[in-house]
Design a protein around this ligand. Sequence first.
Ligand SMILES: Nc1ncnc2c1ncn2[C@@H]1O[C@H](COP(=O)(O)OP(=O)(O)OP(=O)(O)O)[C@@H](O)[C@H]1O
Length: 449
Amino acid sequence: MAKPKILIIEDDPAVRHGMTAFLRANEMDVDESDTCQKATELFRGGGYDVVVADYSLPDGTSLDLLPQFKRLSEDTPFIILTAHGSIDLAVRAIKEGAEQFLTKPVESKTLLVLVKRLLQQQRLRKRQEVASREQPGPMNPFQGVSASIRRLEEQARLMIEWDSPVLILGETGSGKGVLARWIHAQGPRREETFVNLNCAGLTRELLESELFGHERGAFTGAVAAKPGLLEVGHRGIVFLDEIGDMDPAIQPKLLKALEEKTFRRLGDVRDRQVDIRLIASTNLDLEEMVRAKKFRDDLYYRVSTLTLRIPPLRERAEDIPVLAMTILRSVCSRMGRPEVQFSARALEALKEYAWPGNIRELANVLERAMILQKGECLEAADLGLGGRRPSHVATEAGLVTLKEMERLHIEKVLQRSGGNVTDAAQILGLARRTLYDRLKALGIATGKD
Ligand SMILES: Nc1ncnc2c1ncn2[C@@H]1O[C@H](COP(=O)(O)OP(=O)(O)OP(=O)(O)O)[C@@H](O)[C@H]1O
């Protein structure tokens, strides 16, 4: 990954060299200028992530540069340094669009922290922009014509207004998260936060501190206090994915938060008030887990007040064409390609296949097909379903071969890591090379690393 690129504009050589050397030693790419003119030339070349400029320069001030630079690149943060900490100047600088104002002498470490924070904010902003462009609104979880999906929509609409918890049941990849987001977007809490947490694979300590937060010193490594998701989601919706995997020791605390609307951060002595709507989901049989005493019955009764069950794709094959076309359209637009159609045979193949990984698997198959084929029509052979098991062979719901399970699991982890193979390999406990070999053997395309 390219290093962040910083432009330092400072006419005092000692100060300039000091800042440059320190930022370079901290993995940043630094260009220097001692005048406004040279800085303008450099900045026009583009690609700067942060500008650090002394106020007073031999041929002008950084307030002369600021509006020009903002016109050229509005998103590049601008830090102004000055020897005279004047409130007036600071107010003008901020009004003109400067992100920060620092009084000299500036400690290198302070500058580094500030630059890093601005870089992080910039990254976050970009990610949010991308996300909002990719998803103009929440996805429609009820695409299709089947009676079961219409029934699900009717039931879900009845549940929107209330504060009672909702339990969403469904196989892996069937769209439980999409439905939870839809409920949030339609309901009275839509302006408030939606936070989600996957309870699977987290140690008890981590899950507890993620949910309830902790005070400083609550455990080794708790160097600062941190609010939990219940606090962050106050007034909004907390979506707990895979609640069946929640450690039994945490379950009574969650029940207390739901029933009494209070909870306690780890290491804290006082209760805090919280108002959340809980949406939980699982692909496990929670009732069976209650019978087997693996899940608390009181929590089960509380979270399952309102239950929605998403049918697996293979039970609503008539919905597959609509879903596939919607997903294909969004893949094309993400890739900047003109719209692609399915051949009649390809649609048949999609309907015949069992889809043990449900909509997630469908989306992955279509994305891979689009990466590998460049024409205007997707044929059955382009889908690569040949080696996979058609629906009439999958005799019992959810029963798949070990190889299919491996493929599904890898696809799921890749999805969670945003397609990043290095991160996925780490989650799977594999060497990156080994994961690449498995991807090749299973015919999984990633599109990026
Ligand atoms: N109605 C839909 N339209 C388009 N894409 C969808 C739809 N439902 C789900 N998807 C896509 O399928 C994938 C899986 O969806 P989601 O994460 O909601 O499933 P899930 O049931 O919560 O999965 P898991 O059991 O792994 O938690 C996501 O990439 C999502 O974008």
